[in-house]
Design a protein around this ligand. Sequence first.
Ligand code: HEC
Length: 148
Amino acid sequence: MRAMLPLSLALLLASGQTPAQTKPEDVIRYRKAQYTVLLWNWMPLNAMVRDRIPFDAAEFTRRAERIATVPPQLLEGFAEGSGEGAPTDARPEIWKDFADFTAKMKDLERETAALAKIARGGDEAAMRAQFAKTGQACKACHDKYKAE
Ligand code: HEC
């Protein structure tokens, strides 16, 4: 068995690509951690848009900017071979059509970048509209590639 680099070092050396030596369970843990950060920041925006809490443009912007940092780091959390090895809702179809999965991740990257940009503009109606559009990018991928 080849010696494994510590994950942090391996990711550092990989410049955007997950090294083949990374264990599947570490990849799965990485992507779930990314989704945890995403959801943590997404839920308050969801509450604002649904008028469950007061709309706060500055807070919206702060969280939208955090959200936009996640999608560019998410794809490496779906490295080949990480469809099993730990509990996961990722469907095997991801790796059968990785080009389509990648395109859906790029859609999310584009929509979350737009969300942060529009938020900085401060137009509440536009922020609400872009939040809905971003949510559609989540749903488009989950419907096809995430188990219940
Ligand atoms: C390109 C595909 C794709 C997009 C876009 C996407 N997701 Fe996911 N998401 C997945 C897959 C696949 C999983 C299952 C991961 C696993 O269980 O290993 C997942 C899991 C999750 C989880 C559960 C993580 C856990 O700990 O089990 C949350 C929360 C989540 N996504 C939120 C979102 C939100 C919010 C968005 C939009 C802002 C989004 N996702 C966009 C594919 C996507």
